[in-house]
Structure formats: C-alpha cells, structure tokens
Design a protein around this ligand. Structure first.
Ligand SMILES: Cc1cc2nc3c(=O)[nH]c(=O)nc-3n(C[C@H](O)[C@H](O)[C@H](O)COP(=O)(O)O)c2cc1C
Length: 163
C-alpha cells in the first residue's frame, strides 16, 4: 500500500476545495492511502513516510502561504536525500497570478529531487478588492474536475509503479 501525502493551507477555502477534489480523485485508486494534513501539522516524519505528494497553497503576497513555507522550512533538511525520485504535484489557488508560488515550490521540490508528474495546477479566483479577497471562495466545477483528475492520475501512477 502506497501513501499519498497532501499538505495544504487555505485561508478562504479555495485551496481547501481544490484539495478535497484531489482527494476524491485519489480515493478512486484503492491501492493508495491518502493522508491529508494541514501545513502546520505536517512533520518531516510525515514526509519520509509518504511515497508521493501534493503540495497545495494559496499565493499570498507573490509567495506561497507563510504556513506552507514554514512546513518546508521545518521538513526540508530532515527529508533531504531521503525522498529522491518520489512523485509530486502542486495545486495553487490565486487571485490573478500564482506563478511565483508555483516557482518557489518547484525550486524546493528540485532540491528534494522530487519528480513533477504534472504542470502546476493554478486556479485564479479573480478576487481583486479587499472584500472579495477576504470572502469565502467557490471554485468552479471545471477547475475542481481538473484537481480531481490530477489526484486520480497521481494515485493511479503510484499504484501502477509508473512514478
Ligand atoms: C494577504 C493576501 C495576499 C495575496 N496575494 C496574492 C498574490 O500575490 N497573487 C495572487 O494571485 N493572489 C493573491 N491573493 C489572493 C489569494 O491568492 C486568493 O484569494 C486565493 O483564492 C486564496 O486561496 P484560499 O481561498 O485557499 O485562501 C492574496 C490574498 C491575501 C489574503
């Protein structure tokens, strides 16, 4: 039984919905166990114990969310050289951009020698005003479908030993 670890943070619920869709997709693969952890709870041991990863975060201030950065700060060296070659994907929820958060996570994943199984999946909520940015988010159905497909594809590849 392989383990897919999903580490996430979400302030206004958008990333959480994306993650829930990815979990639903991954659960279609019975040979893969899915562990969903908030970034603040995930430890180096959780990273070491998994066989593949999804990292999911909002883009905040042109960066991954601070709690997500804290997760990587705490786990980067404990996991370095011990997870080489494992597969990963990322989900980014952004107002209008998301590229820099994706770049930051890709750089960390390169240091970990992880293997990207898909391009970063970025969903833009188009929130522009302070009120809209702070409001609860509703992710569109087709975007959730893309997240579900990504979760299913990663889990299927892990189960089949392709990744
Ligand atoms: C403090 C703060 C900073 C933000 N900075 C950015 C940004 O740099 N680029 C961007 O595209 N969106 C930015 N946003 C918008 C969020 O990425 C967007 O609202 C997203 O839906 C949040 O995901 P969540 O619902 O999972 O928290 C920012 C939001 C907040 C609260």
């Amino acid at each position: 039984m392989k383990t897919l670890l999903i580490v996430f943070h979400s302030l206004t619920g958008g990333t959480r919905q994306m993650v829930e869709a990815a979990v639903a997709g991954a659960l279609t693969e019975p040979a893969v166990r899915v562990r969903l952890l908030p970034a603040g709870d995930a430890t180096g041991d959780d990273v070491l114990a998994a066989d593949g990863y999804i990292f999911a975060t909002p883009e905040n201030l042109a960066s991954m969310a601070g709690r997500m950065k804290d997760f990587f700060d705490r786990t980067y060296y404990p996991a370095l050289e011990r997870i080489n070659g494992r597969p990963y994907a990322m989900l980014i929820c952004a107002g209008s951009d998301g590229e820099n958060a994706a770049r930051q996570i890709a750089r960390i994943a390169t240091g970990w020698r992880l293997r990207a199984v898909a391009d970063p999946l970025i969903v833009c909520t188009r929130a522009q005003t302070p009120e809209a940015i702070l409001a609860p988010k509703a992710i569109a159905r087709d975007d959730l479908a893309r997240c579900e497909e990504l979760g299913a594809a990663l889990a299927a590849g892990m189960a089949a030993g392709i990744f």
